[in-house]
Ligand binder design. Structure first.
Ligand code: BG6
Ligand code: BG6
Ligand code: GLC
Ligand code: GLC
Length: 947
């Protein structure tokens, strides 16, 4: 009985399908759909981790932005050299792309040659590997008779993880696959290539773009299929890329449009995320690899490792007596003796078993038929696991794309390359089937890249070439705005000469240097209630100021802002002043002070010839004003008359001051070192305390001025230069504030060498052509107009807005200073720039937005530098006036350009520092505008009147 049982047991054993024991043995490698879904979900989490700036540094899946922003659209064209390094073969190619024709129509021609890489170079020095690359390139060009005289654009497929900040740059993060080249990690591989090409000599190329093989594959397949948004490699290594919404890529500025992300999914599991799926064979493969602990996912999938996994499984089974009767050969013990090509051969449909037998015999084994069937099955399980894992990874990517696009169903194409996919007989079918099973809602097409990745790399380069040429042209356009140190030095010198000339009596000068009849900066003794009116900036302001003696910080202010309609600015003088009187009336009503007859100071921000503190004859309008019958008239008188006409209230107008003077006084109230006032707003101007002895014209008109007893204190020894401070009561006044009206610099042609055609246009279209040339290069009222002129030119040249010159773009004044400030803000994402432009009626895409921002930057930077150079002239003059080696001084500043623009003030200050190294200049923004300063001047003048 026992004998019967034993026989039947052995019989059943003999009868058992040999694949069953393999199935049992490799149970952990046979992944069910639930497990694949689990892996897919984990990979989705890794994608998010890699994309977020917070978790990216620690992420195993690196999610590298590639700076490839679009898939091919048929407009790509050109002839490119290409290098393809990192797959199983190193190739040099020539790719010709004809515009508007897909490959099927013969639009792309490729010639290529393989150059074997000597084994020792894979672990040698970086320069040696790249010298070989450069020499191969040169050899290829010679062989194909490609001209060595011309410069050739070159596309570089480099199939390793690189951190890119642009298409033509990439820092190698680490090697993978069989490369362990020394000295390149962390280096810009494009530069390394350029250097090697230079070393080799005789070849003139421009490396336009470096792309990963996944990206190049996506682009290759995208040339013929618009739905191709994913690139996949299953070759020596494995990896995938896909088009991600820019808004999800934290590491790249901008939130509009898409960018291809190289996932580097080979690193999935490097942080242990796949530990429960990893078998002892995977561990052994990893431990024996040259990068243990790295590329865990890749080591379960790609061609470099599949054969080795099979070998380790077969070896272990043999050792356990499950194969070859327990016999193990030396060959089977030797690493690399089963390759992925063997795996593919074993799984061939017809010859698979024969191939398996042959392989095993070659390994000095004597396999039975069952052994062959079993080993073939090991192969199948290992390669099936590979395609299953790829399917799980792809499912994660495709699900993400579907969710990003908010779609229930997704139609998409995956471009694929790599020897495993291309040569393994069952692989593609299995992969497609599992992906479709995991994602029933997606219609996925797989397209094999029939010509390698270089066509795609050439397409990327074609786009890069177009962008580079566009950038060159934009740069050329903006070049005249980029002033050299010498040019700025010259501006400083011209400003200085202009200041000096203006102080002389002889004839009119470009810089008017108008005496203000303000002799002192405040000292805190001012007190009482004053009305301040402020005309000439962006708005008209009425303000009530209440000074309490000795309480600098506690001046109480109440104000109201009124806009001045354009028709009033440019109507008659009477209308303008009637309007002001009406605003004042409203303000007094608002304050309940209609009957007070307040002493008033009038900030009037236009050039006025003054003979006393309370008279000012308008020399000429500037900025947008051109009300008739005002030039040549006393504006104080005009305001008094308007108030009289209104016959509702009365004011005691005690002082008229320029806004620069008001601003200086306002700031001097806080900081006694403040002896300069600067406005960088709608217009631009400076005032400063000049020595009376230098003001020839004032001396003639006023003679030396004696300070009367009781008037505010004069200048003490502010510079600490040791000179005697003035004694209260009998001091001779030494300084007067001069309103320079520096905006007029250049009205005599002295700035013509830096004036661009765009400035010429802006000047001609202004209300005062030929006047205020410096102001027209530097102030808020004009910067937007200059920008608009540049944009018009770029658009006409086809470099912007797809060449459409719209009515909006033709509209003067669309770019107010506030928009410039917003556009240039570093905190603003590109999408927001685009929103601003769209609000303005300009339909810009992402590339347009970048250019517009660049134009704004060039124009505003020039403005800030010019003002800085001008300021350097002013402070140096004051320093020299006082015979000092070193001057400490404060500038009180106001104006929207200075206060609101994100970079203007910094650039201005830097420039002033560079061009006036002997001066330590502090810039103090005025807090309540110039009104407080005007009120202070009024207080002093009023106190004098009362005495
Ligand atoms: C080639 C591409 O066809 O495939 C390469 O041109 C790519 O860029 C390679 O790296 C990947 O496959 P393998 O099997 O050569 O690593
Ligand atoms: C204000 C001052 O704060 O700034 C005005 O009170 C001055 O007197 C103005 O004219 C300048 O800035 P903007 O940007 O309004 O021209
Ligand atoms: C490796 C590389 C990756 C490449 C892939 C396929 O995983 O790290 O950059 O795309 O191999 O070649
Ligand atoms: C213009 C005016 C000037 C004023 C400046 C700033 O340049 O002419 O008086 O100070 O604008 O508002």
């Amino acid at each position: 009985m026992l004998a019967v049982h034993l026989v039947s047991f052995f019989f059943s054993k003999l009868q058992e399908d040999p694949t069953k024991k393999v199935d049992r043995f490799l149970y952990a490698m046979r992944l069910h759909d639930d497990q694949l879904r689990d892996i897919s979900a984990r990979f989705q989490a890794e994608i998010k981790k890699g994309l977020s700036s917070e978790s990216n540094a620690a992420a195993a899946v690196k999610m590298l932005p590639t700076h490839v922003r679009s898939t091919p659209d048929g407009t790509e064209k050109g002839q490119f050299l290409a290098l393809d390094l990192g797959g199983s073969k190193f190739k040099v190619l020539q790719v010709k792309v004809r515009e508007g024709m897909g490959i099927r129509k013969g639009g792309v021609e490729i010639e290529e040659k393989n150059y074997p890489i000597p084994k020792e170079l894979l672990t040698g020095r970086g320069t040696e590997l790249f010298d070989h690359v450069a020499e191969s390139l040169k050899d290829f060009m010679q062989e194909k008779n490609i001209s060595m005289e011309k410069k050739h654009p070159l596309a570089f497929t480099f199939s390793f993880p690189c951190e890119q900040s642009s298409l033509d740059q990439g820092l190698l993060l680490n090697w993978s696959k069989k490369y362990r080249v020394r000295g390149l990690q962390g280096k810009d591989v494009v530069q390394v290539l350029r250097d090697a090409i230079d070393r080799t000599g005789g070849v003139d190329v421009e490396v336009l773009a470096m792309v990963n093989d996944t990206v190049a594959t996506m682009m290759t397949c995208g040339f013929d299929d618009n739905y191709c948004d994913v690139g996949l490699i299953i070759g020596t290594g494995t990896n995938a890329c896909y088009m991600e919404g820019l808004r999800h890529i934290d590491l790249v500025e901008g939130d509009e449009g898409r960018m291809c992300v190289n996932t580097e999914w080979g690193g999935f599991g490097d942080d242990g995320a796949l530990d429960d799926f990893i078998t002892e064979f995977d561990r052994d493969v990893d431990a024996a690899s040259s990068n243990p602990g790295k590329q865990i996912f890749e080591k379960m999938i790609s061609g470099m490792y599949l054969g080795e996994i099979v070998r380790l499984v077969v070896l272990k089974m043999a050792k356990l007596g499950l194969l070859f009767d327990g016999h193990v050969s030396d060959a089977l013990r030797t690493k690399g003796k089963i390759t992925t090509a063997n795996v593919a051969a074993m799984e061939e449909n017809k010859n698979g078993l024969n191939n398996t037998k042959k392989l095993l015999i070659d390994l000095d084994l004597t396999p039975t038929m069952d052994d062959c069937i079993a080993v073939q099955h090991v192969s199948t399980i290992v390669s099936f696991r590979s395609s299953n894992l790829v399917a799980a990874g792809l499912a994660a990517i495709l699900t993400r794309i579907r969710q990003n696009r908010n779609l229930r169903a997704l139609r998409i194409t995956v471009g694929v390359d790599g020897t495993v996919y291309k040569t393994h007989p069952q692989y593609p079918k299995r992969l497609h089937k599992v992906v479709r099973r995991l994602l029933p809602e997606c219609h996925v097409r797989f397209v094999l890249s029939d010509s390698g990745s270089s066509k795609g790399a050439a397409l990327v380069s074609a786009v890069a070439q177009r962008l580079a040429s566009r950038k060159r042209q934009v740069d050329e356009t903006l070049c005249p705005f980029r002033l050299s140190r010498e040019q700025l030095q010259l501006v400083k010198a011209k400003m200085r000469a202009g200041l000096e000339a203006g102080l002389q009596t002889k004839g009119p000068s470009a810089i008017k240097m108008l005496p203000s009849f303000v002799y002192y900066t405040p000292d805190g003794t001012e007190h009482g209630k004053y009305l301040a009116l402020d005309l000439g900036g962006t708005n008209f302001r009425a303000m009530l100021v209440n000074f309490k003696k000795g309480m600098q910080q506690n001046a109480r202010l109440y104000h109201k802002i009124y806009t001045i309609p354009l028709e009033i600015m440019q109507g008659t003088g009477e209308e303008l002043f009637d309007h002001l009187a009406q605003c004042v009336s409203d303000f007094l009503d608002y304050m309940g002070m209609k009957n007070a007859r307040l002493p008033a100071g009038f900030t009037f921000s236009f050039p006025c010839e003054q003979t006393a503190i309370d008279t000012g004859t308008l020399v000429s309008w500037t900025k947008g004003f051109k009300a008739t019958d005002c030039e040549g008239h006393d504006v104080v008188e005009m305001l008094r008359e308007a108030i009289k006409r209104r016959n509702e209230f009365d004011l005691d107008i005690v002082a008229v001051v320029n806004d620069t003077v008001g601003t200086m006084m306002s700031c001097a109230y806080e900081d006694p070192q403040c002896e300069i006032g600067l406005i960088a707003g709608t217009g631009t101007n400076v005032c400063y305390m000049e020595e009376l002895k230098n003001i020839e014209k004032t001396e003639q008109k006023t003679g030396r001025v004696k300070r009367e007893e009781g008037t505010p204190k004069g200048e003490e020894d502010k510079q600490g230069d040791g000179s005697e401070g003035e004694k209260e009561g009998d001091a001779e006044i030494q300084k007067m504030c001069i309103n320079t009206e520096w905006g007029g610099l250049g009205d005599d042609g002295s700035l013509d060498d830096i004036i661009t055609p765009y400035d010429v246009e802006v000047n001609q279209n202004s209300v005062n052509p030929g006047k205020q040339r410096f102001e027209k290069l530097t102030s808020g009222m004009y910067l937007g107009e200059i920008v608009r002129q540049v944009l018009l030119d770029l658009t006409r040249g086809g470099l912007l807005f797809r060449g459409h010159v719209t009515e909006t773009l033709k509209t003067p004044g669309i770019f107010e200073t506030k928009y410039l400030s917003q556009i240039e803000s570093d905190r603003l994402a590109l999408l927001q720039v685009r929103c601003i432009l769209q609000q303005l009626g300009l339909d810009s895409n992402c590339e347009d937005s970048i250019i517009v921002k660049e134009v704004c930057g060039a124009v505003s930077r020039r403005a800030a530098q010019l003002c800085g150079a001008g300021m350097a002239a002013v402070v140096d003059k004051i320093r020299e006036n006082r015979g000092l080696d070193h001057l400490n001084i404060t500038v009180g500043v106001d104006g929207a350009l200075y206060k609101l623009h994100p970079h203007f003030s910094r650039v201005l200050q830097e420039t002033a520092r560079v061009f006036a190294p002997q001066c330590n200049v502090t810039f103090l923004p005025s807090e309540e505008g110039s009104g407080k300063g005007a009120a202070l001047i009024t207080a002093v003048a009023r106190q004098k009147q009362e005495m």
